[in-house]
Design a protein around this ligand. Structure first.
Ligand code: FPP
Length: 240
């Protein structure tokens, strides 16, 4: 087995479904939110590692459009955790040249969370280091529906023709507009689903499912996932 990352063949864009925070906490007889708190620490380590490796984009699924249906306390905790994260980390992120981008509609978020997140985006918008996409109030189907509506509107107004509706055009109407597609999607906690995450963008992504709960995931596990990715034969529907 190859045991080292080939730095010539790194994924440009890694996307992660950070799953298993609740189960991690339950296993320790702790309230679920302790899992989210521990998950935040994992995220810091993984972002740092991706930046050190020279990954161009890290996308994380922080809060889905479906997550609003969780108990109110848990939703509030997550919204406050985002504020805490931004307040504590923003200077460091900025110093390390990280560019924060949000995938999702921020308008239903509590004002305090929205403001902190918007501050992070505007402060870091000209940074040229790793791009850190936070999928927040994100759902892939809602994103595609929204793109369809905007395309229909632009068609009606004569801004685009039917012939101009291509893969690239549709991509340009998504939150990830301008981003290279994820080469590698990792999901922790042993679940093997995409759960409405990057359905369009992930058409040719390599999927790696790992058993560790997100708070237990670390740089070593990330390296292993990248090595697994590098063993895959990516054909994009073609014959080699
Ligand atoms: C899924 O685990 C995780 C989430 C819904 C939240 C992820 C949030 C963080 C890691 C916090 C930090 C994020 C940022 C951007 C600061 P789960 O609760 O569904 O776990 P379970 O399946 O075991 O219940």
């Amino acid at each position: 087995m190859k045991s080292e990352i080939d730095s010539e063949r790194l994924p440009k864009h890694i996307a992660i479904i950070m799953d298993g925070n609740g189960r991690w906490a339950n296993k320790r007889a702790l309230p679920r939110v302790f899992g989210h708190k521990a998950g935040m620490e994992t995220l810091k380590e993984i972002l740092r590692k991706c930046s050190d490796l020279g990954i161009e984009i890290l996308t994380v699924y922080a809060f889905s459009t479906e997550n609003w249906n969780r108990p109110t306390d848990e939703v509030s905790y997550l919204m406050n955790l985002l504020i805490e994260y931004m307040r504590k980390e923003l200077n460091e992120l900025n110093k390390n040249n990280v560019k924060v981008k949000i995938l999702g509609d921020l308008s239903p978020l509590p004002k305090g969370t929205r403001e902190e997140v918007e501050k992070a985006v505007s402060l870091t918008e000209n940074n040229a280091g790793i791009q850190f996409n936070i999928a927040l109030n994100y759902g892939s189907r809602a994103e595609i529906i929204n793109a369809c509506k905007e395309i229909a509107e632009d068609y009606k107004e004569g801004k685009i023709t039917k012939e101009q509706i291509t893969d690239d055009l549709i991509s340009s109407y998504l939150f990830t507009s301008g981003d290279v597609e994820p080469d590698l999607i990792i999901r922790t906690s042993g679940e093997k689903r995409l759960s409405n995450f990057l359905l369009w963008q992930g058409a040719y992504s390599e999927l790696v499912f790992v058993d560790e709960m997100w708070p237990d995931f670390n740089s070593k596990h990330l390296e292993k996932a990248i090595i697994e990715f590098q063993k895959r034969d990516r054909r994009f529907g073609l014959v080699k």
